[in-house]
Design a protein around this ligand. Structure first.
Ligand code: ZN
Length: 211
């Protein structure tokens, strides 16, 4: 059987970590050796992933942005695993995404990636874009991430000092003095509150008001 590369995505706070915990638990219970990979660009939890109940799982490979997965350093770990899981997969580079696909296709190791699809501006993360291009299956997770209006959230909006913004670096570097937080939003609220902020007066009126 040809094993697949699967890309799961949701907005922030969408329950990805809980899904990773249960996936690893299920695989290990069936005697599988799981290789858990995370990009070092994700600062929270550092060398482990932590779920909402405060449980920890150590990361096997904390992958630096310019590192190659297909290298002597990681060969044994990859060779000896039965399943690769990638947490915060949006942060890996397009080249690393391609390497995951090569590993999956050459070595027939299933690869399951969990990621955000878009950044705070609503653009695809480059790692997510490459994985979406290559994945055998792309699945939006049943989400428990809700917008302020109660609709399912699709976007990850950034607030700086309490104000929504489209400005700034994709990944904020440690030591930033700004007070940055993220808010999951639905498409309508992202359009109104973030994308069109301050521009709404120029918008055409809804059709019903024109008639
Ligand atoms: Zn909304």
């Amino acid at each position: 059987m040809q094993e697949k590369l699967i890309f799961y995505y949701s907005a922030m706070k969408g329950g990805k970590t809980s899904r990773i915990f249960s996936k690893i638990h299920d695989l290990e219970e069936n005697g599988q050796t799981v290789l858990l990979i995370k990009s070092s660009k994700d600062k929270k939890g550092e060398e482990e992933i932590i779920n909402r109940r405060g449980e920890h799982i150590p990361v096997d490979i904390l992958l630096k942005p310019n590192e190659k997965l297909l290298s002597k350093k990681y060969f044994n770990q990859i060779w000896n695993c039965n399943h690769i899981i990638v947490d915060e997969a949006q942060f890996i580079s397009p080249h690393q995404a391609t390497e995951l696909w090569e590993i999956n296709k050459k070595m027939n190791i299933p690869v399951t990636c969990f990621a955000l699809k878009g950044n705070f501006r609503g653009d695809l993360f480059s790692g997510a874009a490459r994985l979406i291009a290559l994945a055998d299956e792309i699945t939006e997770m049943d989400t428990n991430s809700l917008c302020l209006c109660g609709a399912p959230a699709k976007f990850n909006a950034r607030k700086v000092n309490g104000e929504f913004t489209m400005e700034g670096e994709e990944v904020v570097i440690d030591g930033s003095t700004e007070n940055i937080e993220y808010q999951p939003l639905c498409g309508g609220c992202f359009f109104k509150k973030v994308y069109s902020k301050g521009k709404m007066k120029k918008c055409i009126k809804p059709k019903e008001k024109l008639s």
